[in-house]
Structures are given as structure tokens and as C-alpha cells.
Design a protein around this ligand. Structure first.
Ligand SMILES: *Cc1c(COP(=O)(O)O)cnc(C)c1O
Length: 393
């Protein structure tokens, strides 16, 4: 896409401010118009032929969707990007673009639960088999390849348990065997890790989380390299997916502040995580940016930052005591999703979500998302919560 910034500074925070802006599409406005469209009019019948005009039908794209696609493509260093109506639909679309009946998929045991449900139900029904692998497997994954293994699906760090994976090594093995690497990179965002640069072929974001950043949007993005983009675009169009214009607009608006939000949420998250490590109630904090975390070396090597989402194992606590603790907090909402401006806490229930690499917690596991509040207030809130439940068993 044509960029007014050719030769200008390329540091990430600067790029985020302008990424995807194209005066040819959206005029002189700082933000693109929100185009609500199904029908697009043609001057002539001749113009209805393929290639006859740029905009043809709402589902085929608008200046609003092009602006977000361009911004994500720039951030991900991608050949192309498609937008989906949720993060989960981005996962299903990415997998359907690379797998056919009779194919085999290798998927990390620590993936987002609904991704696991997708492969265990719908993909299984279509004749696509999945083997789950221990997220710490590294190049040992080579032993799990079969004749028809076509894709490896990575989420690093993993949902709830935050195991880091060696994405470049997994990509190298996958490519050697003629398979593609699909990465769900929602935790780090393409600001802190660029899967395509590390060797992945498809990079998924639940834009619902940090890209949108305000807990008011459902959207997914898939960025592809040149090898994977053709089939991705074909599958996305065949399935008829679109993202709603207001959500597309809000996601691009959110991305303009991604760098400041991520830097603040990383710092506050680490401050709260370090404080928790010193508490007698806490057995372990699962956060790859903490020195001493089993994934720390990989995190340091591959990522340039961390998000504000991590796990906390409460020493010998029952699920009931953990529930009372979460309910005693006043600044942490109890709710799904994350990546917004407000702090959240949920119990992690791993039953049925791990089949080859069971997580031995030694107490209830909770997941905290650190928002944009002052971390000193969050620490006081957690301290008060510990005091409230101290006598429970
Ligand atoms: C939330 C999430 C998704 C799904 O995103 P939705 O927009 O809620 O469908 C996918 N992957 C990860 C890692 C997530 O946390």
C-alpha cells in the first residue's frame, strides 16, 4: 500500500500512529470514514467485470476495512491481512485455509479452550485429525509428524498456564516437513512479537483484546506471508466473513494507542506480579517476563515486551477460597476476555483443557489482567482481598 511515510522513522510507536493511512482511500481526514455498505453502485455494466472498479460490494471490502487491513499488515510485516468477526472465527478461518479432509494438525496442549473445541468437533467431523503436543516440546515435535501433517498451531505463551514456545524452531521443523505454522499471537500483540518474521505463515490476533483495547469490540485479524495469503483470502471470501464497520473503526482507533497502553500494562503487570511473588499466599506466578519463569529465556530472546495478563497459583487454596478472594476484590472485575483498560480476574478451570501436558498447580489457579489503573491501588486491593479471606480454607 502506498505510504506517505516512505523514508520516515520506522520505530514501532511512530508507525502505529500512521499505519494504514492512505489518502487515496480516505482523503485528508486523520481517521477513515466509517462506511456502512452492502450495495456499491457501478457507472456502467462494463465496470461490473472483475477488476472493473475498486469497490464492488460491502462484503468485498470498503475504505474502512482497507485502512485496518493496511495497518495490521504493516504492524505484522505481512503480505496481506483479512478481518474476521471475532478472534475465534479468525482461528477457524486460518485453519480451514490450510487443512483439508484427511489432513493432520499438531496443536499445542495449552491453546485457548474454544480453539481446542473447534478441532475436536467441527474439524474432526470434516475428517481433519489433531494431535495435541506438550507446549515445551521444542524440536521434539518432529517425532509427532505424520504423512498428512499439514499444520502446526502455536499459542505462545499458552492460555492460563503461559508456557512459552520456541516459534522459530517449530517453524523450521514444520517447513522442513512441508507444513505451515499458524500462530495465535494475541498475548504479545504484533507490537512485542511478530510471528511472520519469526517464521510463522499465518498470525492470528483476537483484536477483541489489545488491538481494540476498550472491551467494546469483537474482531479477529489474520496476517499471512506470501506463501499463505492466496489460500487465506480464497477461504475468507468463500466463507463470506466480514467484520462490522463500527468494530473495524474502533479497532483502528484502539491501535493508535496500542504502544502506550501495552508499555503501561506491561510495567504495571510486572509490578503487581513481583509483589505477588513475595506473598505467602502465592505458590507461583506464571509470567514469562519474570526472571525464573521456565519460559523466560525464550521470552527474552523472541519478544520485545509483555502484556498485562498472567497466572497466579494460590498455595494449597481450594477453588472456593479463590472464588471468595476474587469476589472480595473491588478494582478487578470478574469477567472473560482481557486487553481492555480495566483490570479483570477469573478462575482458571483447566478440566478437559489439557490432555498431554497436565498442569500440576498445587492450589487454585487464577488469571489476572492488569489494566490502566495505578498499580499501587491494585496492590492495595489485592492485599485487602488476601486479608478478607485469610481465615477461610
Ligand atoms: C480471546 C481469545 C481468542 C478469541 O477471541 P474472541 O474475539 O473472543 O473470539 C483467541 N485466542 C486467544 C489467545 C484469546 O485469548
Amino acid at each position: 500500500m502506498s505510504s506517505p511515510d516512505e523514508g520516515a522513522p520506522r520505530r514501532p510507536a511512530t508507525r502505529l500512529v500512521r499505519a494504514g493511512r492512505d489518502g487515496d482511500l480516505t482523503g485528508p481526514f486523520v481517521n477513515p470514514p466509517v462506511v456502512h455498505a452492502s450495495t456499491v453502485l457501478f457507472e456502467t455494466v462494463e465496470a461490473m467485470r472483475p477488476g472493473g472498479q475498486r469497490w464492488t460490494y460491502g462484503r468485498q471490502g470498503t475504505p474502512t476495512t482497507a485502512a485496518l487491513e493496511g495497518a495490521v499488515a504493516e504492524l505484522e510485516e505481512a503480505e496481506g491481512v483479512v478481518l474476521c468477526p471475532s478472534g475465534l472465527s479468525a482461528i477457524s478461518t486460518a485453519l480451514l485455509s490450510v487443512l483439508s479432509a484427511g489432513d493432520h494438525l499438531l496443536m499445542a496442549d495449552s491453546v485457548y479452550g474454544p480453539a481446542r473445541r473447534l478441532v475436536d468437533t467441527t474439524l474432526a467431523r470434516l475428517g481433519i485429525r489433531t494431535t495435541f503436543y506438550d507446549p515445551r516440546i521444542g524440536v521434539g515435535i518432529a517425532d509427532l509428524f505424520e504423512e498428512r501433517t499439514r499444520a502446526v498451531y502455536v499459542e505462545s505463551p499458552g492460555s492460563y498456564t503461559f508456557e512459552m514456545q520456541d516459534v522459530p524452531a517449530l517453524a523450521a521443523v514444520a517447513h522442513e516437513r512441508g507444513a505451515v505454522l499458524v500462530a495465535d499471537n494475541t498475548w504479545a500483540t504484533p507490537l512485542f512479537f511478530k510471528p511472520l518474521v519469526a517464521g510463522a505463515d499465518l498470525s492470528i490476533q483476537a483484536g477483541t483484546k489489545y488491538l481494540g483495547g476498550h472491551s467494546d469490540v469483537m474482531i479477529g485479524t489474520i496476517a499471512a506471508n506470501a506463501r499463505a495469503f492466496g489460500k487465506l483470502r480464497e477461504t475468507h471470501q468463500a466463507l463470506g466473513l466480514t467484520a462490522a464497520p463500527d468494530d473495524v473503526y474502533l479497532t483502528l482507533r484502539g491501535m493508535r494507542t496500542l504502544a502506550v497502553r501495552m508499555e503501561r500494562q506491561m510495567r504495571s503487570g510486572l509490578e503487581v506480579a513481583c509483589w505477588l511473588q513475595g506473598r505467602p499466599e502465592v505458590a507461583r506466578v506464571l509470567h514469562p517476563a519474570l526472571p525464573g519463569d521456565p519460559g523466560h529465556a525464550l521470552w527474552r530472546r523472541d519478544m520485545t515486551g509483555a502484556s498485562g495478563l498472567f497466572g497466579v497459583v494460590l498455595n494449597g487454596w481450594s477453588d472456593g477460597k479463590a472464588a471468595a478472594f476474587l469476589e472480595a476484590l473491588s478494582l478487578f472485575g470478574i469477567g472473560y476476555s482481557w486487553g481492555g483498560f480495566e483490570s479483570l480476574a477469573v478462575p482458571a478451570r483447566l478440566a478437559g483443557l489439557r490432555t498431554v501436558a497436565p498442569f500440576e498447580a498445587g492450589g487454585a489457579l487464577v488469571r489476572l489482567h492488569i489494566g490502566l489503573e495505578d498499580p499501587a491501588d491494585l496492590i492495595e486491593d489485592l492485599e485487602a482481598g488476601f486479608a478478607r479471606v485469610g481465615n477461610l480454607s
